[in-house]
Design a protein around this ligand. Structure first.
Ligand SMILES: Cc1cc2nc3c(=O)[nH]c(=O)nc-3n(C[C@H](O)[C@H](O)[C@H](O)COP(=O)(O)OP(=O)(O)OC[C@H]3O[C@@H](n4cnc5c(N)ncnc54)[C@H](O)[C@@H]3O)c2cc1C
Length: 418
């Protein structure tokens, strides 16, 4: 069977890998000159299987109001609200009830756990370096209230059988010695022991090489203009380099997915939530993070990737605008200098980056079939595309090939919005 995968981010390349592994003839197309140049380029690198939770949660509306009056707030909203932004906020708020949160969390956990298994299986089968660290992910708390709230909430980890440690300040410093320079700023932490961190961009590019060995054809610099249909099927994809045909098609276009599917009557409620990252060289190993952390107050992730530290976060609602803003840079640099003051070196060519998270209002990606028989979706991974990437690629291949999906796929597809 010939399959065309649209998009060469972590989701598209993972889909291509599993389809090619199953013996199919796969072509991947992307408008960029190489893989992972979209949102998969410089994310926080966290493989947060245990921390897979929707942003829409009880208490979030109150927090969002508080953030409007906070310096270095993790949320930025363009005051000129577009209709799309208003719709997204409204849908997100509707998911902030306890009942919706439980349903959405359980769907996300299903994919993340599946992906965790896929990553473990992949590591067993391949020997390539993608700066993987098995150091867990440490959530750090700066207030007594955060520590108390965390202690109250551990039942959720027990429910999902997640291994964790509640740490006092000394425990946090033992886990991350670099925190000794900011002892007075932290009150405690929660360490999710089985979470990992690694370089998504490096992984995708090595996976591309693996895919090529399986015969996958990558066509870069090809801009998809529209998707043509005939009698309930996709007939071809029209691009800047002519039209492409296949038996089956997978849309893995990240934040751009809704734009190309709208003319087909497929309305994906995906909004491009902008995030920022900065990548800085490590000064002294002992002063730098050894694994990955999340500063709960500023919702900023700090991850060791090889000889660098990646600092990432912020949710900016500003449509498809990808301008780097001073505010984004100031929040990320403030957090790293505040919590790991001696970790990084000042350089003139720090990599400051922005990407658009393909966010659904319920946090769950959209993976599965569509009303067009040969069109499949693998998109909307929001804040967790790296975590869910390999699992989502494997899942879409199993769905397309009508094989046992191993996990319940209820509520993961587009039908939940219809
Ligand atoms: C600041 C930040 C930090 C993050 N941190 C983490 C983290 O720690 N852990 C985690 O799990 N996730 C994280 N994420 C989320 C994760 O990066 C995304 O969910 C993931 O990269 C989405 O992958 P994708 O393949 O769907 O999209 P993309 O990587 O954007 O891939 C889509 C591809 O489609 C191509 N494309 C789009 N339109 C067209 C067209 N018309 N024609 C041809 N090609 C097209 C693009 O060029 C792109 O290559 C973070 C995101 C951000 C922004």
């Amino acid at each position: 069977m010939k399959v065309l995968v649209a998009g060469s981010g972590i989701i598209g390349v993972s889909s291509a890998y599993y389809l090619a592994k199953a013996g199919h003839e796969v072509t991947v197309i992307d408008r960029e000159d190489s893989a992972a140049m979209g949102t998969s380029h410089a994310n926080a690198g966290q493989l947060s299987y245990a921390m897979s939770s929707p942003w829409a949660a009880p208490g979030v509306p109150f927090m969002a109001i508080k953030w409007m009056f906070t310096k270095y707030a993790p949320l930025i909203v363009n005051p000129k609200l577009s209709l799309k932004t208003i719709k997204f906020i409204f849908r997100l708020l509707r998911n902030c009830t306890a009942d919706r949160y439980t349903i959405n969390k359980s769907r996300m956990m299903r994919i993340s756990s599946f992906s965790k298994m896929a990553v473990a299986e992949f590591i067993d089968e391949h020997d390539f370096d993608f700066e993987l660290r098995n150091h867990g992910i440490l959530q750090i708390y700066r207030t007594d209230k955060q520590v108390a709230d965390c202690k109250k909430d551990t039942s959720i980890y027990d429910k999902y059988n997640i291994k964790y440690e509640l740490l006092d300040v000394d425990g946090c410093i033992e886990a991350e010695p670099g925190l000794r320079h900011s002892r007075d700023k932290i009150k405690g932490g929660l360490r999710l022991l089985e979470d990992q961190s690694a370089n998504c961009f490096m992984f995708v590019n090595k996976l591309v090489e693996e895919c090529k060995k399986l015969g996958v054809n990558f066509e870069y610099g090809v801009d998809i203009k529209n998707i043509q249909t005939l009698n309930g099927n996709v007939s071809c994809i029209e691009t800047s380099s002519g039209s492409y045909t296949a038996d089956n098609y997978v849309v893995a276009l990240g934040p751009d997915s809704p734009l190309l599917l709208k003319p087909l009557g497929i309305f994906l409620p995906i909004y491009p939530v902008k995030g920022y990252s900065i990548t800085l060289p490590v000064k002294e190993d002992i002063d730098a993070p050894q694994g990955s952390l999340l500063d709960e107050t500023y919702k900023v992730a700090i991850t060791r990737l090889g000889d660098n530290v990646r600092v990432a976060g912020i949710a900016e609602l500003n449509g498809y605008n990808k301008k780097l803003s001073f505010k984004g840079e100031s929040i990320t640099t403030f957090v790293i200098n505040n919590i790991f003051p001696k970790a990084t070196r000042e350089t003139t060519d720090n990599e400051f980056w922005t990407g658009l998270r393909p966010m659904t209002p319920d946090g769950t990606p959209i993976i599965g079939k569509t009303s067009y028989k040969n069109l499949f979706l693998n998109t909307g991974h929001g804040t967790l595309g790296w975590t869910m990437g390999l699992g989502s690629g494997k899942l879409i291949s199993l769905i397309m090939l009508k094989e046992d999906t191993m996990i319940d796929i209820e509520g993961l597809g587009i039908e939940r919005y219809q």
